[in-house]
Structure formats: structure tokens, C-alpha cells
Design a protein around this ligand. Structure first.
Ligand SMILES: [Zn+2]
Length: 178
């Protein structure tokens, strides 16, 4: 059995609902994901899959959907406020925990045709969540895991919105000061 591992890094913001700790507040992470691909045999080039192809498929999806986005539960009360303020959001039907983001990446890698067996996701350098199949077969716990529905939601207004001063002083009043 051959395995290759591709690392991805991206920034995201989130907060957790029904949670007592500090993660109930909006905050951000510099995340790292290791995506493990497996094949019993190599292709004609001698590869599980070209690393460039992994980057092109999953890396592009991460960049377009998750990087520098707020990843939030779709029922989070802050969602309409952020959309109104010009934010583009990635909304999940589950709490945006490290475990669920690992599962989201695993499911997306599968959708993109990658032979993924494991996604290890670091929310911080010390906190890692893993979503994995076992021995190349779908593990029982994977069957039990409900698929995550995620969707990129564009803002209601163009953003980022810059606050405008209430009134601009006339140009000649500025030159008068000089
Ligand atoms: Zn967090």
C-alpha cells in the first residue's frame, strides 16, 4: 500500500454555538491540514496521484471556499449581520469544530475524486482533529457520521465596507489649514 500526504494551510474565523468556553466568541485560526491519499498500486508515472493535481483540485477548493472566510453554523445569529456587512461566509449545518472541518475536507476530497483515507486538521499547533477511514475501507464510524452540508454564501452588499465620515470638509478648507 502506498500513501502520499499533502499539506494545506489556510486562515479562517469561526465560533461555536452552545459552548461555554472562549470559542463561543468570534475568533480566527491559522489552520493546517494533512490530507492522506492511498493506493494499492501506482499509476503509469509511478505515483499515487501527482502532488500538483492534489493542489489543483483540493487546494483550489480550499482557497475559494475556506481561506480567509468565516466558517459558521448556518443558524448562528451573527450570519445575517455579517452578510449585511459585506462578508462572504462558509456555512455548515453543524458546529464548525476542528472535527467537523476535518470531516468536511475529507468529504470534499472524495467529491473531487481523490483517494483520501485521512484528514488531520490542526486548529492550533497543539490541537488536532482527525477524520479517517480504516485500512482503505470505509470504517463503521464513517458510515455513522452524517455528511456535512457546507455552502459558500456571498455577501448581501459588496465588501469590505469602509466606514465613511459623516461629512467631508471642502477641499479648499484643507488647503486653508496648510
Ligand atoms: Zn476556534
Amino acid at each position: 500500500m502506498f500513501r502520499v500526504v499533502r499539506e494545506f494551510q489556510f486562515c479562517y474565523g469561526h465560533r461555536l454555538l452552545e459552548y461555554e468556553g472562549k470559542c463561543r466568541f468570534l475568533h480566527g485560526h491559522n489552520a493546517k491540514a494533512l490530507v492522506v491519499l492511498e493506493a494499492a498500486q501506482l499509476d503509469s508515472k509511478g505515483m499515487v496521484l501527482d502532488f500538483g493535481e492534489v493542489k489543483r483540485r483540493l487546494g483550489q477548493w480550499i482557497e475559494e471556499n475556506l481561506d480567509h472566510r468565516m466558517i459558521l453554523h448556518r443558524l448562528d445569529p451573527v450570519v445575517p449581520i455579517l452578510l449585511e456587512a459585506g462578508e462572504t461566509l462558509f456555512l455548515l449545518d453543524v458546529n464548525p469544530t476542528a472535527e467537523h472541518i476535518a470531516q468536511l475536507l475529507w468529504e470534499q476530497a472524495q467529491r473531487l475524486g481523490l483517494p483520501v483515507v485521512e484528514v488531520a486538521f490542526w486548529e492550533t499547533p497543539h490541537c488536532q482533529a482527525v477524520f479517517a477511514t480504516s485500512g482503505g475501507a470505509i470504517a463503521p464510524n464513517v458510515h455513522q457520521a452524517r455528511p456535512i452540508h457546507g455552502q459558500l454564501i456571498p455577501p448581501r452588499n459588496p465588501g469590505p465596507v469602509m466606514p465613511q465620515p459623516a461629512s467631508q470638509p471642502p477641499a479648499d478648507s484643507l488647503s486653508a489649514v496648510v
